[in-house]
Write a protein that binds this ligand. Structure first.
Ligand SMILES: Cc1cc2nc3c(=O)[nH]c(=O)nc-3n(C[C@H](O)[C@H](O)[C@H](O)COP(=O)(O)OP(=O)(O)OC[C@H]3O[C@@H](n4cnc5c(N)ncnc54)[C@H](O)[C@@H]3O)c2cc1C
Length: 422
């Protein structure tokens, strides 16, 4: 395990507030993320956004400091971070570069799902034994070779929302799987060494079923895999999320990130696994608020020394932003503490509410920040307009888009499992 060094320079307030109980390990990891974010990621963010280029240098820094192995268990040489620690570290990174935090999510959570989360799932002894071997392969790639994993699930149809089986198909062949299909919006498409793909096992004579979802790591170099399409979006431009085409791609059995059938169990029993994109946007919300305070105080380099804080309208706007930020932060902290297997109904509904609140409030806080700071604040020379564009992307992320969170809350609040109207 790389020993994480706490930074020596004066710090800014952690994303959880300065009065939240953190373990020593959490303090160190979050301080490290903040230091990398402030000193390295923030200065690079504007150019990467402008050019829609992947943040390779940020990943080098995360590799060198041990953060790439954040959720690899300590026994395998990683930092052994749990869900809440991941979420807070990711939010710290999101304050400085949204695209780095969002892609970090895809990489780190592949290890979290395949590692810590899968420990809670029911497996046969044979499944557990082969999962242990496969885990060791994936963890070693990250720890020893600094391999980067992506999570391309979306296909443009109803599968990523959980409404249908994935249209990317895997057929069992000798020693592994043959895969055909297409994924869209594959963040890290320029950078990942492995794509953690969800696909449906095609069983002889049977219809495709979500229960037969497989979670397989396909190497970037696999014959039959092509990466295609332009990437020129509104926000989160440095995620470089292009399309993947699989044509008779073979992967060996040890490509499995979870045993057969286990992804369906995880999605049903560990709902917080779908909340892992939200820390990025918690970080963006904090960044928009921090910028506003500094701007109104005349502290943003190149915009001072004019102070704008003396106007009552500005003070009210800051109060409005602070209230939204605190509502967001507190739901975020509660939901990441809640995350566990088989949560109660109220815990599950709170997770949807947290995801909705973080994604919607991040863009609202960024909107208020621009309105409050004024015209000069949205110039491309300042980070606020990027925060505003990046924030817009959060509520579009499947399977828990803002709409789908509302849909689930409404339905699950009104109907108990199995209940129907005539
Ligand atoms: C910057 C960025 C990076 C991304 N990176 C990744 C990635 O790495 N991996 C990945 O898998 N995906 C990624 N995505 C894709 C993302 O998760 C969504 O799949 C994508 O935004 C959906 O776009 P769409 O137009 O196909 O949505 P559609 O499927 O057309 O849905 C449009 C809207 O309809 C609603 N909707 C969809 N299905 C249902 C339903 N069954 N019931 C009710 N309402 C529904 C949702 O609110 C959704 O937002 C990324 C997206 C962005 C913007």
């Amino acid at each position: 395990m790389t020993d994480v060094q706490a930074p020596s320079q004066p710090d800014v307030m952690p994303i959880c507030g300065d009065d939240y109980p953190l373990t020593e390990k959490q303090q160190k990891l979050m301080a490290l993320a903040r230091q990398l974010g402030r000193e390295k990621f923030a200065p690079r963010a504007a150019q990467l956004d402008r050019d829609a280029q992947f943040p390779f240098a940020n990943y080098d820094d995360m590799r060198d400091s041990g953060l790439l192995a954040l959720c690899v268990p300590e026994a395998h040489g990683g930092q052994g971070a749990d869900y809440a620690t991941y979420a807070m570290v990711s939010a710290e990174i999101g304050r400085y570069c949204g695209a780095t935090a969002l892609t970090f999510n895809m990489h780190v959570c592949t290890m979290l799902w395949s590692g810590l989360l899968s420990e809670d799932l029911e497996m046969t002894p044979e499944q557990r034994a082969s999962h242990r071997q496969h885990q060791a392969t994936h963890f070693a790639r990250v720890v020893k070779d600094a391999a980067i994993y992506a999570q391309p699930f979306s296909e443009g149809g109803a599968a990523a929302s959980g409404a249908q089986p994935f249209g990317t198909i895997a057929v069992k062949v000798d020693g592994g799987w043959k895969i055909n299909g297409k994924k869209i919006f594959a963040s890290l498409s320029d950078a990942a060494d492995y794509f953690g793909v969800l696909c449906t096992e095609k069983k002889e004579g049977a219809d495709l079923s979500r229960r037969d979802t497989l979670y397989l790591a396909i190497p970037r170099t696999a014959p039959g895999l092509t990466i295609e399409g332009d990437w020129d979006p509104l926000g989160m431009r440095a995620t470089v999320s292009r399309n993947l085409i699989f044509k008779d791609v073979f992967v060996p059995d040890d490509a499995a990130l979870m045993p057969q059938g286990l992804y369906f169990q995880a999605a049903s029993r560990w709902p917080h696994m779908f909340m892992t994109l939200s820390p990025t946007y918690m970080g963006i919300a904090q960044a928009a608020y921090d910028f506003t305070l500094a701007y109104l105080r005349g502290e943003i380099p190149g915009t001072g020394p004019v102070k704008r804080r003396q106007f009552a309208t500005k003070q009210i706007a800051v109060a409005e932003m602070f209230i939204k930020l605190e509502q967001t932060r507190n739901l975020f902290l509660r939901a990441i503490e809640d995350a566990k297997v088989d949560p109660s109904k109220s815990t599950r509904l709170r997770a949807y509410a947290a995801q909705y609140t973080i994604m919607e409030n991040a863009q609202d806080i960024a909107r208020l920040a621009i309105r409050t700071c004024g015209g000069q604040s949205m110039l491309k020379s300042l980070p606020l307009e990027r925060l505003y564009r990046d924030a817009r992307c959060g509520s579009l992320m499947l399977p828990w888009t803002a709409e789908l969170c509302m849909d689930r809350i409404g339905r699950e609040a009104l109907y108990e499992p199995g209940e129907k109207d005539e």
